[in-house]
Design a protein around this ligand. Sequence first.
Ligand code: HEM
Length: 197
Amino acid sequence: MMHARAHVFTLRLALRLGFRLGLGLGLGLTGCVVDLAPPAPLERPTLEQFKTVSPLMEQRCGSLDCHGSLARPFRVYGVRGLRFVDILNPDQALELVDPELVRANGSYPGTGGKPTSEAEYTQNWRSACALEPEKLTQVTRGELDPDALLLLKKPLGVEGHKGAAVFIKGSSDYVCITSWLDGEVSESECALALKNP
Ligand code: HEM
């Protein structure tokens, strides 16, 4: 009798364990099915045209207490604020340990030394494009209004912004940035915007 009971108990235990194992395995397999489809290609407006917009972003957004800071996702480098140190470039990397070299190279943050470099334009472009890459792709394809981007919602004050409203819709600042987003940067509007204090 005892033997039969022990047998039934073991059988039950085995069944329960088997069931749980099966369930776990099943869930695990369905859960970690890898989607092998390549990620949707991202599109963005050009770096070349962005070089006309960057001076405006440096002037309007790039001060050290605003976006001239490593703490900001939207990070702006340039002659007026934060300087980009290319640590892969041995000459520049030395600036990290030699303040005199920083002064000599004119790359002391916030002091308006050497002009904004090609590397800094590239960093600013990457930062502006990396905020919302999927949405930016839609904007670049003309499928979404540029005003849907944080890059505009924040400085327009549409979305809460510690920097408050920096420009209004239709202003030369706004047209400078949106013309770049639309693929044909307006050099005249960007130049006009830069003249505004
Ligand atoms: C046209 C110029 C500007 C643009 C395009 C802009 C854009 C943005 C964007 C996209 C964000 C969200 C991503 C992030 O946190 O970095 C943001 C946040 C922020 N911005 Fe600006 N900004 C501008 C000017 C300024 C200025 C002048 C200040 C400082 C007075 C400022 C201060 C901040 C701060 C503190 C945040 C983080 C907190 C928040 O989301 O409000 N911004 N801005």
